[in-house]
Design a protein around this ligand. Structure first.
Ligand SMILES: [Zn+2]
Length: 114
């Protein structure tokens, strides 16, 4: 266990992501697939999104940032609005009004300032 922690810490220090197991890779593929299949107008959209999130939790894989920005964390609605408030990107849910801030990457912020 201690050895594993050390390896993880090392990976963090190097800025590299820890290696995913084959099960985790599969889970990530399923998450991506679910989002591909889902349309905001779909009546099952919320179910798909919550399912994708559950898969992520079960296999401890992070849902990619791009996908996270597509849905509301609170009610799983895909009906969200992107508002830019430098240096953040605010994802506002049009259904429940929940807001989530994402930090924009440094490069993106600089490019927009200039
Ligand atoms: Zn919401």
């Amino acid at each position: 266990m201690a050895k594993k922690d050390q390896a993880e810490q090392k990976a963090k220090q190097q800025g590299t992501e820890k290696k995913l197991s084959s099960k985790q890779k599969l889970a990530l593929e399923r998450i991506n697939r679910l989002f591909e299949l889902t349309e905001p107008t779909d009546e099952y959209a919320k179910r798909y999104v919550s399912l994708a999130k559950r898969i992520g939790e079960k296999y401890t894989v992070k849902v990619p940032k791009e996908l996270k920005q597509k849905f509301c964390k609170k009610c799983f609605s895909l009906n969200v609005e992107h508002i830019e408030k430098k240096p953040f990107l605010v994802i506002k849910c049009l259904e429940c009004g929940h807001e989530k801030k994402f930090g924009l990457r440094k490069k993106e912020v600089q490019a927009k300032v200039k």
